[in-house]
Design a protein around this ligand. Structure first.
Ligand SMILES: Nc1ncnc2c1ncn2[C@@H]1O[C@H](COP(=O)(O)OP(=O)(O)OP(=O)(O)O)[C@@H](O)[C@H]1O
Ligand code: SF4
Ligand SMILES: [Mg+2]
Length: 355
C-alpha cells in the first residue's frame, strides 16, 4: 500500500491475520513455467463487449491479470464489473451475451472451449466468489459437502481427506467451530459467515485465477482486512492471479497491485496502485477518491459525492460518457475520447488528461 495514501485503511485499523494457510493450499500448483510464460498475462481480456439485446453493458474492454498479482476493478454500481467477471466464467445471465472479444486464459481462448472443457476450467483453474453468496450455495446441501465435493471431483481426494481440508478452509476464513458447522445448511449461517463459506469454496481447489466480486462487503472491517491480506498472500505465494471487484477504494488500497476503473461499461483508467493514488489521471477517478473516507474523518455522510448518476446503458450521452458529471467537460468532450497510454504502465480515456 502506498505510504501517502489518505484513506481510512492506512490508519492501521486492521489486526494482522492470525491464520497461516495450510501447506496444501500454499503449495504452488503452477510451477515449471518458463520465464517467458511468467511474463505473459494469466488472463488476457481483449475487446470484450457484452450486450443485452442491442444494448452493450461492457464496451470493448481490455484488461490483463498477471500471476501473483491482484487487479482491482473499480466503479460505481452499474458500470459493468460483474458482467466482466461473469464473462470470464462464461456465465453471463440470459438474455445477456458476449458479442465480441476474446478471453485468453493460460493460452486458451475460453470463448472457444467446449462447454465440458469450460466446466473443468471453472472447477479446477478459475474460481469465482459471487457478489450474492446465497445464489451460489445449494440450500439443501450441507456446507461440508459443498466444500468437500469439488475437491473429491477435481482433485481426486478421498471423502475423509476432502472433509479434513474443508475444516481447514473454514478455520482459515474465520468460521468458528468449523468441524461442527460442516453439518449445517446455508440458511443456518449469517450473511457474513456465508460470504466466508464462499471464499473457502473458491479457494478449495487451489485455483490459478480467482475472480472475487465484492467478496468482503458483508464482513466487519477487521475480518475484511484479514481476508484481503489472505487473498494477497495466496496470490503471491501460489502465483495465483486475482481479479478483485469493488466499489470501495479502501479495499483497493489494501489489496491491489493494479487498478482498472470502469464507468458505463468502459475502461476509463488503468494504473499501478501507488501511481493511481498519488495522481489519478481521470476526472472520474478523482471524483471516486474525493468520496473515499479520509483519515480521521469517519463521518461518511459528510463526504462529497460525484453529482448525478451512472447513465443507463441504453441512455449514454454523446461523446465522453462521463461528460454530464464531469467538472472539466468542454466542447472537445462531445467527441468520445479513445483509451490512450500516457506512459509505459498507465492508460486513460480523457481529452483533458491527454493535453
Ligand atoms: N438482466 C439484465 N437485463 C438488462 N440489463 C442488465 C441485466 N443485468 C445487468 N444489466 C445491466 O448491465 C449493467 C452492468 O451490470 P453489472 O452487474 O455488471 O454492474 P456492476 O458494476 O457489477 O454493479 P454493482 O456494483 O451494482 O454490482 C447495468 O447497467 C445493468 O443495468
Ligand atoms: S473527456 Fe472531457 S468530459 Fe470526459 S472525463 Fe475527460 S474532461 Fe471530463
Ligand atoms: Mg456487480
Amino acid at each position: 500500500m502506498p505510504s501517502s495514501l489518505p484513506l481510512r485503511i492506512s490508519c492501521g485499523i486492521f489486526a494482522p491475520s492470525q491464520k497461516a494457510p495450510p501447506p496444501w493450499l500454499q503449495a504452488d500448483t503452477i510451477l515449471n513455467l518458463s520465464p517467458k510464460e511468467t511474463m505473459l498475462p494469466l488472463l488476457d481480456v481483449q475487446h470484450l463487449t457484452v450486450s443485452f439485446g442491442h444494448v452493450p453493458v461492457v464496451r470493448d474492454l481490455s484488461i490483463q491479470v498477471f500471476r501473483g498479482r491482484t487487479l482491482c476493478l473499480v466503479g460505481e454500481s452499474g458500470s459493468g464489473k460483474s458482467m466482466t467477471a461473469f464473462s470470464v466464467m462464461r456465465l453471463v445471465p440470459q438474455p445477456g451475451r458476449i458479442t465480441s472479444g476474446s478471453l485468453l486464459f493460460a493460452g486458451d481462448d475460453l470463448l472457444r472451449l467446449e462447454e465440458k472443457n469450460m466446466r473443468e476450467r471453472r472447477g479446477r483453474d478459475i474460481s469465482m466468489i459471487f457478489q450474492e453468496p446465497m445464489t451460489s450455495l445449494n440450500p439443501v446441501l450441507r456446507i461440508g459437502r459443498q466444500l468437500a465435493e469439488p475437491m473429491e471431483i477435481h482433485q481426486g481426494l478421498h471423502r475423509r481427506e476432502a472433509e479434513k481440508r474443508a475444516v481447514e478452509l473454514m478455520e482459515l476464513v474465520g468460521i468458528p467451530d468449523p468441524a461442527r458447522r460442516l453439518n449445517d445448511y446455508p440458511h443456518q449461517f449469517s450473511g457474513g459467515m456465508r460470504q466466508r463459506v464462499m471464499i473457502a469454496m473458491a479457494l478449495a481447489c487451489s485455483p490459478k485465477l480467482l475472480l472475487a466480486d465484492e467478496p468482503t462487503t458483508a464482513l466487519d472491517i477487521t475480518i475484511q482486512g484479514q481476508i484481503l491480506r489472505l487473498l494477497g498472500k495466496l496470490a503471491r505465494e501460489r502465483d495465483m492471479g486475482v481479479l478483485l471487484i469493488t466499489h470501495d477504494l479502501g479495499v483497493v488500497a489494501e489489496a491491489a497491485d493494479d487498478v482498472a476503473v470502469m464507468y458505463a461499461g468502459q475502461l476509463m483508467e488503468q494504473a499501478p496502485v501507488s501511481a493511481f493514488f498519488e495522481r489519478p489521471l481521470h476526472p472520474y477517478s478523482e471524483g471516486l477518491m474525493a468520496c473515499a473516507p479520509l483519515v480521521g474523518n469517519h463521518d461518511r455522510t459528510r463526504l462529497p459525492s460525484i453529482p448525478g448518476m451512472v447513465p443507463l446503458p441504453s441512455e449514454l450521452p454523446e461523446g465522453c460518457s462521463f461528460s454530464p458529471r464531469c467538472p472539466h467537460a468542454s466542447e472537445a468532450c462531445r467527441k468520445a475520447p479513445p483509451l490512450r497510454a500516457v506512459d509505459e504502465h498507465r492508460l486513460v480515456r480523457c481529452w483533458k488528461a491527454f493535453s
